[in-house]
Design a binder for this molecule. Structure first.
Ligand code: ZN
Length: 159
């Protein structure tokens, strides 16, 4: 049998700025109040747990805190020109350019700051955290990143 636990919203939220690129265009700089859902599936431990809710919430909350009040930068973008200086990031897209103080930027190892890629980033971080805790009963981790009510990107990985 497979069981699932889910934690969502409440403290699993962050507010951040970004612009995504698509089809040769770049969105204007804007922000979202993001809400995160984390679902983990697996078999039950001897104590009949999939994973402790509070463990899952604190792992998710720590990632949300890192993203909160930052400009989310797609460090692996194939279309933005990025220049990491001593005190700021310079970002160019065609004739447009931005300069961000480094402390306001969170460079992420993703090619675009879509909700799907942000969900993938959460999944990768949670995978590492749960794996290093020695969880052997888990089968999948799924994360949903909602960037607006009713608008969520999802990513699932098998452990
Ligand atoms: Zn957006």
């Amino acid at each position: 049998m497979e069981y699932r636990v889910r934690v969502e919203r409440n403290k699993l939220k962050f507010a951040a700025a970004h612009f995504a690129t698509f089809e040769g265009q770049c969105e204007p700089l804007h922000g979202h109040n993001y809400a995160v859902t984390i679902e983990v599936a697996g078999t039950l431990t001897d104590d009949s747990w999939v994973v402790d809710f509070s463990t899952l919430k604190s792992l998710g909350r720590a990632i949300c805190d890192e993203l909160d009040h930052k400009f989310l930068l797609q460090r692996d973008s194939r279309v933005l020109q990025l220049d990491e200086g001593m005190s700021n990031w310079k970002v160019r897209f065609l004739e447009r350019g931005w300069v961000f103080p480094k402390g306001d930027v969170l460079p992420l190892p993703i090619d675009n700051t879509t909700a799907e890629r942000l969900a993938e980033y959460f999944v990768a971080r949670l995978y590492d955290a749960l794996h290093s805790r020695g969880a052997t009963n888990l089968t999948t981790i799924t994360v949903g990143v909602e960037e607006a009510p009713g608008q969520t990107g999802w990513c699932t990985t098998a452990l």
